[in-house]
Design a protein around this ligand. Structure first.
Ligand SMILES: Nc1ncnc2c1ncn2[C@@H]1O[C@H](COP(=O)(O)OP(=O)(O)OP(=O)(O)O)[C@@H](O)[C@H]1O
Length: 483
């Protein structure tokens, strides 16, 4: 028990060493930026002020906590916030400052089957609910987004945007120099991605502008527009639900302008696809980097499959959707196709979920999905298997210029060739652009990559490993034991 009124203890009156420890962790890699959107009452301008503060070698987290504190939020609110954003380490650092009756939250984060109670803001502050209500009634009435939300999904819009900061279209237009072609960093099936700079801070972001759908006049056009909006809301809803080191964080959104926009962390090293193909003259990835990227991406997918009672299936795992930050840390992006689905376990095997909309690039799609639209976690395992084969061989998932166009067949063919010639497969299949394997350990890692990749693309999905097994084997440099 801490103090006589533990529930109302003021954040900045926490034990100095505890507060300092929290700020040190939050300052590292700008982790504080990922919790700011969840802090009711914190606006974009507060975030910008904290960034500016950081530029002067001060702790931006300390300022953020001071601002939040000035709005009446207490130590318990902070503890609840860390629980909501699943920052267990921070919960543990401040545990001694919080009344024991709240300690159950840590258990709840570790066992997320039950829902957390919402953070109730202190009296007099701007409440999340009322902020969202305002957005619902004022900003959304004239946009097509609202109709797509209410008509196409059962989830209300407020669930989609809970905890994510709204920004104006004008702010994003300024950040991207009027959505200039010079700022385009990529194009996907549903929108264009721009590099943006928040002028006040010099902070970089990636802004995905969903196509406006000028093809509205035809029935087909309006259908396509609905699908685009549905996907962007799915993405927003999914990313707002959780945080993980290997999931691309969403910072903000804008739904009031002519086109909906989603704002993400800017990933300075682009996509894994770009780096494997050495686009823009980049140097080939080393084997150490390839290992870290493989493990990080696998962790991200495993998290999706395991963080909730019902597994979440990404549905579009591919090298273009694995993005690399300035430290080459991989983050899984593009959640427009995410689905609540089924784990591949005996009990649910008899009732596979059928998804009718999943897109997924054909070369990465598992056979059972193509033929029967069966959607389980093993769909992502298959796609991830292809990613590993690309990392090991430097070959594309599908290539018209290769005699054997599909990568799985290409690898199998070479495996057979190596067996007949009695030479290690890596001698004929290794990515020639990559540096030579430096030692036995790296050789073993290459063999592991290929073995797990091939296990992942097994036609019989029951013979594919789970993502938990994949993570374990990659870390230990071993091959999975399939039942
Ligand atoms: N946060 C980001 N930081 C840096 N670059 C990004 C970011 N998000 C996307 N990109 C770049 O923009 C490209 C397009 O991304 P987007 O998610 O729109 O489409 P995609 O995944 O390639 O295609 P599709 O959505 O049709 O499957 C990516 O391949 C990547 O190069």
């Amino acid at each position: 028990m801490v103090g006589s009124k533990p529930n109302s203890k003021i954040i900045i009156f926490m034990k100095r060493s505890v507060l300092q420890h929290l700020c040190d962790i939050l300052d590292t890699d700008n982790t504080w930026e990922t919790i700011a959107p969840y802090m009711s009452g914190i606006a974009m301008r507060d975030v910008e002020a904290c960034k500016r503060y950081g530029n002067y070698n001060q702790s931006p987290s300390m300022l953020l906590l001071r601002i939040w504190c000035s709005k009446g939020f207490t130590v318990v609110h902070l503890y609840q916030l860390f629980a909501k954003t699943k920052l267990i380490r921070l919960m543990r650092v401040m545990k001694s400052e919080v009344d024991e009756k709240y300690h159950y939250l840590e258990e709840k984060v570790l066992n997320p089957a039950r829902r957390l109670r919402p953070i109730v803001p202190p009296a007099g502050t701007q409440q999340t609910a009322s902020r969202l209500k305002k957005i619902d009634s004022k900003d959304m009435t004239s946009t097509p987004t609202q109709s797509i939300t209410t008509s196409s999904t059962n989830d209300p819009l407020r669930v989609a945007i809970e905890g994510t900061l709204p920004v104006t279209y004008q702010e994003l237009s300024e950040a991207t120099k009027g959505f200039s072609v010079n700022n385009v960093i990529g194009k996907g099936g549903y929108g264009t991605v721009y590099k943006g700079e928040i002028r006040a801070t010099g902070g970089m972001v990636a802004v995905k502008r969903i196509f406006a759908g000028n093809d509205n006049s035809t029935q087909q056009g309006s259908k396509a527009e609905k699908e685009r909006l549905r996907q962007s809301l799915t993405e927003l809803r999914t990313l707002a639900r959780f945080r993980h080191d290997n999931i691309l964080p969403i910072y903000a959104y804008s739904l009031e302008g002519p086109e909906p926009c989603l704002v993400y962390q800017f990933m300075a090293n682009g996509s894994l696809e770009d780096r494997l193909l050495c686009r823009k003259g980049t140097t080939p990835l080393t084997w150490v980097q390839r290992k870290e990227i493989s493990i990080g991406a696998a962790r991200g997918i495993h998290f999706l499959h395991s963080f909730a009672k019902t597994p979440l299936i990404h549905g579009d795992v591919k090298t273009a959707n694995i993005l690399l930050d300035k430290h080459m840390e991989p983050k899984l992006g593009d959640f427009g196709l995410c689905r609540d689905g089924q784990a591949e376990v005996e009990a649910t095997e008899k009732r596979p979920l059928i998804a009718s909309h999943i897109k997924g690039t054909l070369a990465y799609l598992a056979p059972e999905f193509i033929t029967s639209k069966i959607l389980t976690t093993k769909l992502d395992v298959y796609s991830y298997g292809i990613v590993l084969l690309e990392i090991a061989s430097g070959q594309r998932a599908y290539s018209e210029s290769r005699e054997t166009r599909g990568l799985v067949d290409f690898c199998q063919l070479n495996k057979e060739l190596a067996r007949r010639q009695k030479i290690p497969l890596r001698e004929i299949l290794i990515d020639r652009k990559a540096p030579a394997l430096a030692n036995e350990f790296e050789e073993q890692f290459w063999d592991t990559l290929l073995e797990i990749g091939l296990a992942g693309v097994c036609v019989d999905r029951k013979l594919r490993p789970t993502m938990a097994q994949v993570v374990e084997c990659l870390c230990k440099n071993t091959t999975p034991t399939i039942p």
